[in-house]
Write a protein that binds this ligand. Structure first.
Ligand code: ADP
Length: 492
């Protein structure tokens, strides 16, 4: 069964500034490629510093003088709900853009990631009229309270591995808080954000509140992180670029940053685990979205008693993983997002072979066209190998053997990252000990990739800081102001 549309009708390729689609000031453009066919999909306006300046000016005017921060919470909620409804009505089109621009699977976009995206907008719409401070009694003759105010103009720098969901996770809380924003999508996936900007306008988000400027990292991205008139930045992407963004924020106007960076998450399978479930989750946790997930469980630690049977079942499952046309609902594995990433993953696989890990299956490119890589399993992986240390961001499962709880906790934590983790066991005491001991922003017990709009997501250590989603996801977009006043004749 295929859901392939007859034509790829790409409606929006310009920049979206102050409610209008406009060319870049320089007139420059760049091409975006379909990773399944390697064909050029569209020519897109390329924004640079001068376009970011224009977008920030629009966002500043919309924040300082426009209606959005001054609307009642109910009014903002209503517009956000309309925005979510329009996403739902246009789910096929959004899924289509995700597939052709990013090689994502139509089925998982249409029935999972895009519904999660519109539900994220709905979730935060419910916060718009519930943002409140606290009452403080500073002393018997001073009364004070806190106000939660929108932080102002926000810059969002977005990666390419989940354009609709990342847009929603960042834009929804910012909208609820009353902020205005400039979005710099990844240059590999410029199309989705433009379509979403169009829907936001149809929903009634006022001009200047959401601006989208496509372009490259060192030009458009850097213009966001260094801008003197952007009040906060959120960044999702590699740890190296996150460091650059934080430096730029520090050396410009000291804007606060939130960073969601790389990961090398442990997925720990104990001897007493349900082995079939553990195999299924190890596969999904590494091969979903062709492994292009910062939260991939890319170090699969398996206890020695179950190790051999686990590997056997893992091999059988991965060998049956259907590779092919991402529009086909039977396909489980599409192309990597872009050529650079494709080459990087293949080189990581080469390193795994060179360093002496055992290649069980996969290990090379797949097919003649498109950036496809075979789902790959390595066993006999040791902690010092590069495939156990560096984020691969591709369809590679590394299996490491362990003996004891204490040992695996130590090894699981021996990484610069701390984004997620998984524990498979029926023993509640082991699950409790491991979940308290792992230094990571999420522990999934007998499940994996359990993301939800209500669950704060973010990193420990060099996986970043700040949280997205959940009530905590609002924090980055709000300021706290204390207001105090004397009480001259207090009865208390
Ligand atoms: P990946 O390694 O996954 O491609 P990157 O961290 O390179 O991710 O990119 C994530 C986002 O950061 C993209 O939108 C990219 O354009 C942007 N970016 C890249 N370099 C910079 C930079 N120097 N300053 C700001 N943003 C950047």
């Amino acid at each position: 069964m295929s859901s392939k549309p007859a034509t790829h009708d790409i409606k929006f390729t310009k920049l979206f500034i102050n409610g209008e689609f406009v060319d870049s000031i320089s007139g420059n453009t760049f091409e975006t490629i379909n990773p399944a066919t390697e064909e050029v999909l569209a020519t897109v306006a390329e924004g640079r510093k001068e376009d970011i300046d224009l977008a920030v000016k629009a966002a500043r005017e919309a924040f300082d003088n426009g209606p959005w921060p001054r609307l009642s919470g109910e009014a903002r909620r209503k517009i956000m709900l309309k925005f979510a409804d329009l996403m739902e009505e246009n789910a096929d089109e959004l899924a289509n853009l995700e597939v052709i621009d990013g090689g994502k699977l139509f089925g998982s976009m249409r029935y999972f990631e895009i519904p999660l995206s519109w539900e994220t907008i709905r979730y935060f719409s419910g916060a718009a009229d519930k943002i409140r401070g606290a009452t403080l009694k500073m002393s018997s003759n001073i009364q004070a309270y806190t106000l939660r105010e929108p932080i102002g103009v926000v810059g969002h720098i977005i990666p390419w591995n989940g354009p609709t969901f990342m847009f929603s996770a960042k834009v929804a809380p910012a909208l609820a808080a009353g902020c205005t924003m400039v979005i710099k999508p990844a240059e590999q996936t410029p199309l989705v954000s433009l379509f979403l900007a169009h829907l936001s306008k149809l929903a009634g988000v006022p001009d200047g509140v959401i601006n989208v400027v496509n372009g490259f990292g060192p030009t458009a991205g850097a213009a966001v992180s260094t801008h003197m008139d952007i009040d906060a930045v959120t960044f999702m992407g590699s740890t190296e670029v996150g460091r650059t963004v934080m430096q730029a924020a520090a050396t410009s106007n000291l804007k606060p940053v939130s960073l969601e960076l790389g990961g090398k998450s442990p997925f720990i399978v104990f001897d007493d685990a349900d082995v079939d479930k553990a195999v299924e989750l190890a596969v999904v946790g590494n091969l979903a979205n062709k492994g292009e997930m910062c939260i991939a469980g890319s170090r699969v630690f398996v206890q020695e008693g179950i190790h051999d049977v686990f590997v056997k079942k893992l091999e059988a499952t991965v060998k049956g993983w259907a590779i092919g046309d991402p529009f086909d609902l039977a396909t489980r594995h599409g192309p990597q997002n872009n050529k650079e990433q494709y080459r990087k993953v293949l080189s990581c696989i080469q390193n795994g072979k060179k360093e002496g890990a055992t290649l069980v299956t996969g290990g090379g490119p797949f097919g003649k066209k498109g950036f496809y890589i075979e789902p790959t399993i390595f066993t006999n992986v040791t902690d010092d190998m590069s495939i156990a240390k560096e984020e691969i961001f591709g369809p590679v499962i590394s299996v490491l053997k362990f003996k004891t709880v204490k040992e695996v906790i130590k090894r699981a934590n021996a990484t610069k990252y701390g984004l997620a983790s998984g524990v498979m066991t029926k023993n509640i005491d082991i699950a409790n000990t491991v979940s308290r001991s792992i230094r990571a922003g999420a522990v999934w017990i007998n499940c994996y990739l359990t993301l939800d709009k209500d669950a704060p997501h973010g990193g420990y250590k060099m996986s970043g800081f700040g949280r997205e989603l959940g009530w905590e996801g609002l924090e980055h977009y709000l300021q706290v102001k204390t207001v105090a006043t004397p009480i001259y004749d207090s009865p208390w």
